[in-house]
Design a protein around this ligand. Structure first.
Ligand code: AMP
Length: 290
């Protein structure tokens, strides 16, 4: 495995592979690898000849007062895991090599960035869209894997790649969870033992919403109230940021679960801000309608 820190070295290596007719894959990450990251890498390994992984805690996606300086890091362990999973290039640039002091070019997808996480993190998606564009231009991969864990991010990146006609297929990968349902996240490392014990309730609340729909309920106000009281009872240490039922592609909030829908949640739990989401498919057929 080659470790590259200079963006132009990544660009040269990727070009060399492309020109030799090799199929390439990229997995952008912020490191502190867990099984979620590793399944993205494994998919790339299986579906391409060369696998690139970027590890960059991107400063432009952190707002003032957020955890840029304390974001969990473990370079040695990440390097070993990347080797084990057959990564060909691990790209670990410095902040300065990715952003010139007078960097002033931004990529924005305002309609998809405004809601959900965009409400409490107004500059987050501009930072994500910009760094992902830069990474895609450097690596120019055939495929790039992103997790459904960050569903709004995945939706926005798909739209951005389509709009900018970038020559990469964006592959969305299912959420990897702990046995108790908690979605894996580098930020789970912030949780105390007591908080960790309550954290799986975040997913259970979403599953309860799905169950309400399966049982015939379609009114989202009713379902939301049900899940909010579920959290108040079962996740008392948590402070709800949002709980939204949105159209899976436009991310526009829905009032009735008459068609496919994505329920997304963000909740503060101690030092962590946890996010999760679940696809809800109302059963079709008249008898299940209410
Ligand atoms: P991060 O390092 O947190 O920026 O994540 C890098 C990539 O891994 C993103 O595309 C995430 O959506 C994805 N990812 C993070 N956690 C999970 C998970 N639990 N399951 C699947 N993908 C994940």
């Amino acid at each position: 495995m080659e470790i590259l820190t200079n963006p132009y070295d990544l660009q040269a290596r990727a070009k060399e592979w492309r020109c030799s007719g090799l199929r390439t894959a990229l997995v952008p990450t912020m490191g502190y690898f867990h099984e979620g990251h590793l399944t993205l890498m494994d998919h790339g390994r299986k579906n391409a000849d060369r696998l690139m992984v970027s590890l960059f805690v991107n400063p432009t996606q952190f707002g003032p007062g957020e955890d840029l300086d304390t974001y969990p890091r473990n370079a040695e362990r990440d390097e070993a895991l990347a080797r084990e999973h057959g990564v060909d290039v691990l790209f670990t640039p410095t902040r300065d090599s990715m952003y010139a002091p007078d960097h002033d070019t931004w990529v924005e997808v305002p309609s998809l960035a405004a809601g959900l996480c965009g409400v409490s993190r107004p500059t987050f998606f501009r930072g994500v869209a910009t760094v992902v564009t830069k990474l895609l231009i450097l690596a120019m991969p055939d495929i790039a894997m992103f997790g459904e864990k960050d569903y709004q991010q995945l939706t926005l990146i798909k739209r951005m790649v389509r709009d900018l006609m970038l020559p990469t297929e964006i592959v969305g990968m299912p959420i990897v969870r702990e046995a108790d349902g908690l979605a894996l996240s580098s930020r789970n490392a912030y949780l105390t033992e007591t908080e960790r014990a309550q954290a799986p309730q975040l997913y259970k609340g979403l599953a309860a919403a799905r169950d309400r729909v399966a049982a015939g309920e379609r009114d989202i106000t009713v379902i939301r109230q049900y899940v909010e009281s579920y959290y108040a009872k079962n996740l008392p240490l948590g402070e709800l940021d949002y709980l939204e039922f949105v159209d899976p592609e436009s991310l526009v909030p829905m009032t009735r679960a008459d068609g496919p829908c994505r329920v997304a949640v963000a909740l503060r739990l101690g030092k962590a801000r946890l996010i999760d989401n679940l696809r809800i498919d109302p059963p079709s057929g008249r008898e299940s309608e209410k």
